[in-house]
Design a protein around this ligand. Structure first.
Ligand code: NAD
Length: 257
């Protein structure tokens, strides 16, 4: 893909799942990756396993100090930051609406919305300080498009990042900064495993995947390829887009005709 080789890319939530896959994909395209996660041990291992020189940073994306720390670490090691994949997220607990506590709602918003806001703001501040433009991709979800009675905080948070996406794309466009998002469907990661089995003990993953047009679950690499494309110059005329990477799940009507 054009325009990735030699760039410096921050990937948050990079200790596993989609973030680790993106870190590997960007590095295989020749970028230097700053892999960020709460999980220090795993994120360092990811950074060490990359084909280009990388850096693992333990930081909390929901805290201003955490975002400042990973941007500083990236600039100290590589001199600048060009690309951002703001991907860290948590599922929140499964609860019917009357049982969902305000504390749990706030916990999910802090990581999934505040973390993305701080990451986007940090990216723009970094570009301004460097006098350069760069590109940003946010990880949304099929939950950015649909509601869920039992994962209400998570789905709400994933709708909220679309607001950040659109506002940041409008702000960034005249500066030459593109901001896009991916909306994964079913990807078997730790996060997916933490969501409840809705099939009453049957194989949740295969039941859900079999109802999608492509009849399979996605992989981290499926998502990483689209993230890399959106961060690359091959997507030079795309901004403000939420791109579904879900095997077609979002086009399926859930209401019988
Ligand atoms: P994952 O659990 O493997 O990855 C999420 C990572 O984020 C973890 O490594 C975790 O330690 C990290 N993290 C959580 N809170 C953090 C914080 N405060 N600061 C720094 N790091 C933090 O799961 P994943 O499926 O790879 O999730 C990546 C993104 O993809 C999430 O935003 C998730 O909502 C989104 N997503 C996943 C699916 C799916 O089916 N797996 C579907 C749609 C969207």
């Amino acid at each position: 893909m054009r325009g990735l080789a030699g760039k410096v890319a921050v990937v948050t939530g990079a200790a596993g799942g989609i973030g680790a896959a993106t870190a590997h994909r960007l590095a295989s395209e020749g970028a230097h990756v700053v892999a960020v996660d709460l999980d220090e041990e795993r994120v360092r291992k990811v950074a060490e396993s990359l084909p280009t020189e990388g850096l693992g940073v333990a930081a909390d994306v929901s805290a201003e100090e955490g975002v400042d720390a990973y941007l500083r670490a990236a600039a100290d090691r590589f001199g600048r930051v060009d690309l951002h994949h703001l991907n860290a997220g948590i599922p929140g607990s499964f609860a019917a609406l009357p049982e969902l506590t305000a504390a749990e709602f706030d916990r999910v918003m802090a990581v999934n919305v505040r973390g993305v806001f701080l990451g986007v703001r940090g990216a723009f501040r970094r570009y301004a300080a460097q006098g350069t433009a760069g590109n940003i991709v946010i990880t949304g979800s099929i939950g950015s498009l649909r509601g869920s009675a039992d994962l209400l905080a998570y789905q709400t948070s994933k709708h909220a990042v679309v607001g950040i996406l659109k506002g940041a794309a409008m702000y960034g466009g005249p500066l030459g900064v593109r901001v896009n998002a991916v909306a994964p469907g079913i990807v078997p990661t730790d996060l997916f495993a933490a969501t409840p089995d809705v099939t009453g003990g049957k194989d949740d993953m295969s039941v859900r995947a079999s109802s999608t047009p492509l009849r399979r679950a996605g992989t981290g690499d499926d998502v990483a390829g689209v993230v890399a494309f959106l961060l690359s110059d091959d997507a030079a005329y795309m901004t403000g887009e939420l791109v579904s990477v879900d095997g077609g799940a979002s086009i399926v009507s859930t209401v019988r005709p």
